[in-house]
Design a protein around this ligand. Sequence first.
Ligand SMILES: Cc1ncc(COP(=O)(O)O)c(C=O)c1O
Length: 383
Amino acid sequence: MIFPLYQTSMFVHQAVGLDTAISYSRVSNPTVDMLEKVIGELEGTPPAVCFRSGMAATTTLFLALLKAGDHVVLTEVIYGGTMRLFREVLDHFGVTSTFVDTCEAANVESAITAATRIVFIETPGNPTLKLTDIAAVARITKQHGVLLAVDNTFLTPILQKPLELGADISVLSTTKYIDGHNATVGGSIATRDEAMLERLRLIRKTLGTIQAPFEAWLTLQGVKTLPARLKIQCENAMALASWLERNPAVERVYYPGLDSCPQKALADRQQRAPGGMLAFELKAGLEPTIRMLNALKLCVRAESLGGLETLMTHPSTTTHADLDPELRRRLGIRDGLVRISVGLEAPEDILADLEQAFAAAGISAAQTTPKSNASSEVSREVR
Ligand SMILES: Cc1ncc(COP(=O)(O)O)c(C=O)c1O
């Protein structure tokens, strides 16, 4: 019923030169192979290539495809580790990069030079969930003979299939929704290009960035419930976003499922559902926002995402604290902004926790929806 865990570094050959296909777990391992098959099926590609972390996947991808003198165009609000890879590692090897607002596809075209090899985008963007039109960017990259890679960690191939929209490569941090239980760290790369898959496996075995068997085995258990988890997470996120949007203490809500979202039409076109991530901005400034976060009892303060539990993050003092203040302002990362990775708890429990945290932080109770109403609204929206 459950695929076995091959917790071994090596495999015995019955005779010299016999059964050498599986030999050493830095090269391949049957448990990792099975995870690669499952992720490939989700992506609609041959078996994916799995890595020890999302960053191991991204690093191996760029080391496999780039050489000195090459140039990459990236989304400006990209995962911090990806930005660090370009600004503090690949730049030492003569690789250059340009970070642009990819939500305007024209910005991608303007940034492409004769040296550009890859456009690497993340959509929805973190933390304000701004979307990039994958199909529009894919038309541009095809015209220029450049590869398009999408970091699809926030949605997974259940909710968005980058390769069907014209991208060449899909990257996932499996640490998040794919595992879904906050038990492992991992990453994957999927593509239909067999030669690229072969090159990725060669570079992976050289760098030693392959996923470990136990992590692959745990991820295989987690991924079985991915569609069911995402369904509940999307329903909970929609209920939460609607409640927050009606709350007078809230300045704005960022969620692609809301009619008020300026990119809702694009979300409806390229995503199967709006996803389990949302963000909101409190009218109150830094201090009340921090007090509210510290008063949470059910929801936890943590910087990851995609697990069973509802997590809240304060981007301006944590994930995005290192950004230039001017860029932070332009991106809408204000002191009252809170990012939520919505979990599988009963939605009325998440709302009750938010309500009590608002009250504890001195965000006027009169400004929030009365508790009795909160539950009945959830009943109507979700149940
Ligand atoms: C969108 C995105 N991509 C990549 C990564 C890196 O993944 P990992 O932490 O598994 O190395 C993260 C981690 O937070 C992420 O949020």
